[in-house]
Design a protein around this ligand. Structure first.
Ligand SMILES: [Zn+2]
Length: 449
């Protein structure tokens, strides 16, 4: 009779809960019983682990195996339990030294031939706060991404490498940490002229305000979204880590700056807010700490547009699927663009609008009042003048640098004044933070009415 205990973690949103995998070998007919974990995970893991152990030159114990996952109440999903299950069986059957379970955590999916496969979503486990230093055993390809956040990481290619633990060396990938760049490369085209558009972009970037631009095709709406992206300050280390964890869960390459997501208007509800069978984050969570740019806003389905209301208000979204429920952050800045009508020329001084009045009514009804209520700024855009378009681009880049500096100054003064960005300020505190003079107050009242 023998008992072994191995530590691992299970992802829960952006965090990861410590899970103990305990294996008990007892006399009786050979069988494997797993408790404290969902049936679907057990079904998959049982066969993979058995084949991997035998293929790696180890012996499958000829006794009754009881494997327990604790705490029983914690969420346990994914294939990263294969390696800790295999290690706990090998420890309990005395095929690996007991010291391997001291101060260690194991993660990784196993193939039938014993290879330790790349597993998504491990960054959340690796970046978890710990009271003491531990050595993390992880698939070799994941080790590079985990190394900057963990004190000690050992990358495994095959389960058989554990037969000679003395030869395993701690991987040092610190130099391979994900690249951080200061600022966004200024290779995007910038809107020419358009003083009011630049001013709107400056205010939106400084205060973190949601912006809706309306204007005829070719007026520079998409370029303005790119401009706001370039005006945003560099993310903090904490913001960058959250971005990296979210992209790791979604199994997408992580951006080196604040994320800029611009899904097509045909995107599904699941793609936008998150979901799928594995409850993965959607575009609104991938845009966390960055920009969600929705071009042609009225062309998005009504259900997807309406689904934005709750995360815009709360800054997070709860994704619940059959066996898992994850809370993902979604503090994004919404930059949306739309044509003024289906043909795009309503209000244009140069081209006549061809839309019928019923088409215009239908188009206007696509954006609900509650959604528009959550958008802070609206701007009507018209085409740039030819003389502005012909101006040299270098002038535009000088202008960009000036506006970027003013955004940084404005952001700092907001933090000094009220401890947060203007967009996060509760409406009850707005008047305390903005001292209005008599004349300004009168103007505001007359504009509001
Ligand atoms: Zn029209």
């Amino acid at each position: 009779m023998s008992l072994a205990r191995v530590a691992t973690r299970s992802r829960n949103g952006l965090n990861a809960t410590l899970i103990w995998v305990e294996t008990h070998l007892s006399q009786g007919l050979p069988a494997i019983v797993m408790v404290g974990i969902s049936e679907s995970v057990v079904r998959d893991a049982k066969e993979r682990v058995r084949s991997a152990i035998i293929s790696s030159g180890f012996r499958w114990p000829d006794s009754r195996l009881t494997i327990s996952f604790s705490p029983a109440s914690a969420l346990k999903t994914g294939a990263s339990f294969d390696l800790p299950i295999a290690v706990s069986i090998l420890l309990a059957s005395k095929q690996l030294p007991d010291a391997l379970a001291q101060g260690t955590e194991f993660y990784g999916e196993l193939s039938l031939d014993g290879r330790v496969l790349t597993t998504t979503g491990l960054l959340a486990a690796g970046a978890s706060e710990r009271e003491k230093q531990v050595t993390i055993f992880t698939p070799k390809p994941n080790a590079m991404a985990l190394a900057p956040f963990c004190s000690r990481v050992v990358g495994l290619r095959h389960l058989s490498e554990l037969r000679t633990p003395d030869r395993l060396s701690e991987s040092d990938f610190r130099e391979c940490s994900p690249a951080r760049t200061n600022g966004v490369a200024t290779t995007y085209q910038l809107p020419a002229g358009q003083a009011s558009l630049w001013r709107a972009a400056e205010i939106a970037a400084a205060g973190g305000h949601h912006l809706l631009m309306s204007g005829e095709p070719g007026a520079g709406k998409t370029m303005t979204a790119g401009l706001i992206r370039q005006l945003l300050p560099d993310p903090s280390d904490k913001e960058m880590l959250e971005t990296q964890i979210l992209f790791d869960i979604a199994n997408k390459p992580c951006p080196s700056h604040r994320p800029f997501r611009s899904p097509h208007h045909s995107i599904s509800l699941t793609g936008l807010v998150g979901g799928t069978r594995h409850a993965t984050p959607g575009e609104i969570s991938l845009a966390h700490h960055g920009i969600l740019f929705l071009d042609e806003l009225p062309e998005f389905s009504l259900a997807t547009i309406e689904a934005l209301r709750q995360p815009l208000e709360a800054g997070h979204i709860q994704i619940t699927r059959a066996e898992q429920s994850h809370l993902y952050p979604a503090k994004f800045q919404l930059i949306a663009a739309m044509n003024p009508c289906p043909c795009g020329y309503r209000g244009s001084s140069e081209t006549a609008c061809r839309c019928s009045s019923s088409a215009l009514t239908r188009y206007d009804a696509k954006l609900s009042g509650p959604l528009l209520d959550r958008i802070d700024m609206f701007i009507r855009v018209s085409r740039s003048k030819l003389s502005d378009v012909m101006a040299p681009q270098t002038t535009q880049y000088d202008r960009l640098e000036r506006v970027r500096q003013s955004v940084l100054v404005a952001r700092e003064s907001q933090i000094v004044r009220q401890g947060q960005q203007n967009s996060l300020l509760p409406s009850s505190d707005v008047l305390d933070s903005c001292s209005l003079t008599g004349e300004t107050k009168k103007w505001l009242e007359s504009t509001g009415e």
